[in-house]
Design a protein around this ligand. Structure first.
Ligand code: DX5
Ligand code: ZN
Length: 221
């Protein structure tokens, strides 16, 4: 069994929680050791699904001390990101495939909000290299965006490794966040990551604390 020397940051994705008990679910993952809350914003255009607006982020900011990690899966991030910033997001990620104006990456950063660039499974990791100076983290999507509970795409492992190599080569502190199909089995591919998003694995388990602990500590079980 191989152990990591550093722990992952674990951000449970609220997409998989029981939304009829949102406040209870938030408190439960807080007590279970979550480091942040991942909020998937979908607009029915960039992805074929609809989820949360900025008001949810604002309400969440009133009930939790956890950082709010807002993942914008929307066709017009240039138009929408500011309302999430005002609502209290601690980090905002936008999709490479949707961006027309990349200056929003530094606009997000200039507000003191952690700025992220997300890529879909078919987008090459080299696409983000020109923007590394303007961002704090990269989300490598390891499922097609749009739904929770999908199977991890194993070929993503190579993308993660080559991104880590490039970040090390540049001696940058940009973080790698992995989103999609993260569980105790797929951890074996994620050693080079910093932040793990996990929805189904945590919220469909019968013990949030042990699910989060397993993701934090162990590479292979
Ligand atoms: C998918 C979302 C993910 C999703 C992850 O489009 O971006 O954040 O909630 O859920 P799991 O961990 O169930 O794949
Ligand atoms: Zn997400």
């Amino acid at each position: 069994m191989q152990k990591r020397t550093k722990s992952f940051i674990i951000n449970p994705s609220l997409l998989s929680c029981d939304l009829s008990n949102l406040k209870t679910e938030v408190k439960k993952v807080e007590e279970a050791g979550a480091d942040g809350l991942h909020i998937d914003v979908m607009d029915g255009h960039f992805v074929p699904n609809l989820t949360f607006g900025p008001w949810i982020v604002k309400d969440l900011s009133q009930i939790t001390h956890l950082p709010l990690d807002v993942h914008l899966m929307v066709a017009n991030p240039e138009v929408q990101w500011e309302s999430f910033a005002q609502a209290g997001a601690h980090s905002i990620s936008v999709h490479y495939e949707a961006l027309k104006d990349f200056s929003i990456l530094s606009n997000i950063k200039n507000l003191g909000i952690s700025s992220g660039l997300a890529i879909k499974p078919k987008t090459s990791v080299e696409s983000v290299f020109p923007y590394l100076e303007h961002i704090d983290f990269i989300i490598i999507m390891t499922v097609e965006p749009g739904f929770s509970g999908q199977k991890f795409i194993e070929s993503s492992a190579l993308k993660i490794k080559s991104l880590r190599q490039e970040l090390d080569r540049r001696k940058t502190s940009v973080k790698i966040e992995i989103d999609g199909g993260v569980n105790n089995q797929t951890l074996q591919w994620l050693n080079e990551a910093d932040i793990l998003v996990s929805g189904h694995y945590i919220f469909k388990s019968n013990n949030y604390r042990s699910a989060i602990s397993r993701l934090k500590g162990v590479v292979n079980e």
